[in-house]
Design a binder for this molecule. Structure first.
Ligand code: OAD
Length: 239
């Protein structure tokens, strides 16, 4: 089967009602980023952090996949599709997309706070507990393995992001189509993936305001995900 890779950011879920990070009325408008998405913010005020992620959790439950998510699922009829997303929502999975890597974690998982990646916190005794959750984490929820606090399984500023380099290297020679969608490409290291696919024959970038520095690498399809992904998928399936 032909292979396709899709790299997405917040714009993919915008038309499902989840605001992007850097737009006006973006996600950060009511919070100071460092208060709710950093290990330091967690140490200072875990209740505020859990409140922020409870809102994200409920928002995700109340949202539905949009036409772009469903079109990506449809692409699987003829392509072996790998989705690499920066999004913590699970709208791709709910639309039926099978192979999704969440670079920045998932809102529907909790993990032990021992996962702090900034030393010296627990450097010698990191606990690897991680589990799916059916309701948002509450103050007082504890890790069943080591009884430290449970925290959201998301990547915070200052924490490491591991890129699926081995997987990409393995499939790259066979990838025919690469689609970047709905990302400002401003957050490293995730954005560096946009430079890995130069050898792929068909490379598209879908965004109403695509990052100008990528213009020479991609065919820009300027518009929203829910408009442009279904059109592109229809043309790929018709080939
Ligand atoms: P941004 O908010 O930085 O960028 C969103 C992109 O989506 C912009 O390029 C918009 O033009 C585009 N956009 C808006 N509406 C769209 C639509 N309907 N269809 C398609 N595109 C649309 O979000 P990200 O690039 O995802 O990280 O941000 C990357 C990371 O920054 C996030 O994963 C998060 C944040 O810090 C962590 O939390 C670790």
């Amino acid at each position: 089967m032909k292979k396709a890779v899709i790299f997405s950011g917040a714009g993919l879920s915008a038309e499902s009602g989840i605001p992007t990070f850097r737009s006006n009325n973006g996600l950060w408008d009511n919070y100071r980023i460092e208060d709710v998405t950093s290990p330091e913010g967690w140490e200072k005020d875990p209740a505020l952090v859990l409140d922020f992620y409870e809102q994200r959790f409920e928002q995700m439950q109340n949202c539905k996949p949009n036409a772009a998510h469903y079109a990506i699922a449809q692409l699987q009829e003829q392509f072996d599709v790998l989705c690499i997303t920066q999004n913590i929502d699970t709208l791709l999975e709910r639309a039926g997309v099978k192979n999704v890597i969440h670079l920045h974690g998932r809102i529907d998982y909790a993990k032990c706070e021992c996962h702090f990646l900034i030393p010296p916190q627990n450097i010698d005794e990191e606990c690897d507990y991680r589990s799916e959750i059916s309701k948002a984490i509450q103050m007082g929820d504890r890790c069943p393995k080591c009884s430290k606090k449970l925290r959201p399984d998301v990547v915070w500023f200052g924490e490491a992001v591991s890129l699926p380099k081995r997987e990409i290297r393995r499939i790259l020679p066979e990838v025919e189509v690469f689609i970047g969608v709905g990302t400002s490409a401003k957050v490293y290291p995730a954005s560096s993936l946009l430079y890995y696919f130069d050898t792929v024959p068909h490379r598209y970038f879908i965004d109403p305001d695509p990052p100008e520095h990528l213009r020479l690498r991609y065919t820009f399809l300027e518009g929203t995900a829910a408009e442009k992904i279904p059109e592109l998928v229809a043309s790929l399936l018709a080939k």
